[in-house]
Design a protein around this ligand. Structure first.
Ligand SMILES: [Zn+2]
Length: 328
């Protein structure tokens, strides 16, 4: 009898042990799966692959429906996919609020208005919003140019952007994007390519403008790193080729620091001209060392993990100061 009790107790203990090991295995398994899903979703967010990010965040929200960080990401994902109405409806259901969320809601609202007021055309890789005065032929022509430019940039950098790109052809200043800018700024890329309609009358002007702004859009799609201004403006000018071979502008070279801060802050157009000229020259010096644009793409992508100087050293064996000195 005593033996039986001992055996039973041993059995219960064994069963209990097996069960608890099983439970903790199951828990461990669940934990590991969740960690893997978080890591995968993080990668999708970083790559701006919104479809895959949405899938991940939705799945994570099933387990943690009140996680405000996940909810915030869900709102961003809907916004980035241009599902503005859905985004605003989603934000309205949330039980918390903060400045970022309020800003997304406000931007979504103004974009909904913009979409209602502007005409919309689509092509394979673009969506164009335009004001009514523009003829359909001009819009289709802009789209055709953009598609050609898009194909050449895909081939040049061996890179295919994940998401559709947006072009706003505007006439009224209200569509020229956020922030005031000096008169010398014609077109701009602020997440959308914004081009004033009047340049569309002159093919020799708008072709390089579209190529230029599209290069900025590609740089942004290729890397989420903060690329120095001279690198970004330099490569856009090399690609648009409109200033290539221009003689050095008169006056002192801008400082290396000025070449790394946004040029639109520059109110003086001849200072701006110098900033552009020197940034193109510095990028030309880079391409002189290695003319491969895929290498250039890997260089800017590496800035996600290392600073500019290390990236320059690793990919081109040069420092920014050295490039700057060579360009002067
Ligand atoms: Zn530019």
């Amino acid at each position: 009898m005593k033996n039986l009790i001992v055996i039973f107790l041993a059995m219960v203990a064994a069963i209990f042990l097996v069960r608890s090991v099983r439970t903790s295995w199951a828990e461990m398994d669940k934990f590991n799966k969740r960690e893997a899903l978080i890591a995968e979703t993080g990668r999708c967010l970083e790559a701006a692959d919104w479809n895959c990010a949405e899938k991940g965040v939705r799945e994570l929200l099933c387990d943690a429906p009140h996680d405000t960080n996940l909810q915030m990401h869900m709102a961003i994902i809907l916004y980035e996919q241009e599902r503005y109405e859905e985004c605003r409806r989603y934000i309205a259901t949330l039980k918390f609020s903060n400045n970022d969320l309020a800003l997304i809601d406000k931007k979504a609202e103004s974009l909904i208005r913009e979409m209602a007021e502007l005409g919309i055309e689509r092509s394979m890789h673009f969506r164009v919003e335009f004001e009514g005065s523009l003829s359909k032929r001009d819009v289709m022509e802009a789209l055709a140019v953009l598609e050609v430019a898009y194909d050449s940039l895909c081939r040049l950098f061996d890179f295919h952007p994940e998401n559709k790109m947006h072009l706003v052809l505007y006439e009224s200043p209200q569509y020229q994007g956020v922030g005031p800018r000096p008169d010398w700024v014609g077109a701009i890329f602020d997440g959308k390519l914004r081009v004033p309609v009047n340049v569309m009358q002159f093919r020799e002007i708008y072709r390089p403008i579209l190529f230029h702004e599209l290069t900025h859009a590609f740089v942004r799609a290729m890397t989420h790193a903060n690329v120095p201004l001279w690198v970004n403006e330099g490569i856009a000018q090399v690609v648009d080729a409109s200033r290539t071979g221009k003689p050095r502008p008169e006056g002192a070279a801008p400082s290396l620091e000025a070449l790394a801060t946004p040029f639109v802050k520059e109110n003086n157009s001849s200072n701006a001209e110098r900033l552009y000229w020197y940034s193109q020259r510095m990028v030309e010096q880079l391409l002189h060392r290695n003319a491969n644009f895929v290498h250039f793409r890997e260089f800017i992508q590496s800035m996600q993990k290392q600073d500019v100087d290390r990236a320059l050293e690793q990919y081109y064996g040069v420092s920014a100061q050295q490039l700057y000195d060579e360009s002067r």
